[in-house]
Design a binder for this molecule. Structure first.
Ligand code: APR
Length: 243
């Protein structure tokens, strides 16, 4: 932990890369592993354009359920620790695969959402995007402008990532000298390219996860544990190094 904190405190362009595990202790289920969403649901039935085409009501019932879970969730000490690292001037940005918006809610300012955000919807007819403040009411929700079918503005399997977010993540990964990888199994591409690009460009990679991940092969440091326990301790160590 001390060694990671020293390297992080000494870094000039550190970036975090997060997945569902960073929100686990906020009560938001992860996708894989014990109790993960994909254990109970089939992603092909809920998180693909074909599924939405086939049964928009079913897909919306699932997303409304997730919106309700996330609406009730608060940022946990892991999110808060990353926001603190940004305030300390150590962390330049958080690149996240999560759609729950909890990094921003925790105070992180520069957040790159690779997979969109569950609090935004997009009209499948006119293409307009709208923020939603709370879980949708009627299912399926309709566009207030053209009456078309609204969909969650999140990235489904087989869909391209938002261009702006991908470009920004690439740029951050290319210039990072340290990447803190937290709570991701690292099995979903193209997102999982980001830590590998950082590694190829010489960044020190620290992985925080209670289990094994598909990114462990590029980890210079591996801290096994829950993000809400590890990250606050890491920030305390970084603070000590900065004084
Ligand atoms: N703290 C840190 N990590 C944790 C915790 C915790 N408390 N609990 C679980 N984890 C770890 C798991 O060990 C696992 O490595 O978080 C990771 C969660 O992995 P996934 O469920 O696969 O989530 P993620 O990597 O974000 O999935 C990527 O897949 O389904 C798609 O679009 C979806 O963005 C998602 C993408």
């Amino acid at each position: 932990m001390e060694e990671v904190a020293r390297a992080l405190a000494a870094s000039k362009s550190a970036v975090a890369f997060t997945g569902a595990g960073v929100s686990a202790e906020s009560g938001v289920p992860t996708f894989r592993g014990a109790g993960g969403l994909w254990e109970r649901y089939r992603p092909e039935e809920l998180a693909t354009p074909e599924a939405f085409e086939r049964d928009p009501d079913l897909v919306w019932r699932w997303y409304k359920w997730r919106q309700e879970l996330i609406y009730a969730a608060d940022p946990n000490p892991a999110h808060l620790a990353l926001a603190e690292l940004e305030r300390l001037g150590v962390l330049k940005a958080v690149i996240t695969q999560n759609v729950d918006g909890l990094h921003r809610k925790a105070g992180s300012r520069r957040v790159v959402e690779l997979h969109g955000n569950i609090w935004r919807v997009r009209c499948t007819s006119c293409g307009r995007e709208f923020p939603v403040e709370k879980p949708v009411g009627e299912i399926p929700p309709r566009c207030p402008i053209c009456g078309g079918l609204l969909r969650p503005a999140v990235v489904w399997f087989g869909e391209p990532l938002p261009r702006g977010a991908w470009e920004e993540a690439l740029s951050l990964a290319s210039s990072a000298d340290f990447m803190l990888v937290v709570g991701t199994s690292g099995v979903v591409y193209p997102a999982a390219h980001i830590p590998r690009i950082a590694k190829r460009n010489g960044a020190v990679i620290a992985v925080v996860d209670p289990g094994e991940t598909a990114l462990d092969d590029i980890a210079d440091f591996k801290i096994r544990g829950k993000a809400a326990e590890i990250l606050p301790r890491l920030v305390a160590e970084v603070r000590r190094c900065l004084t």
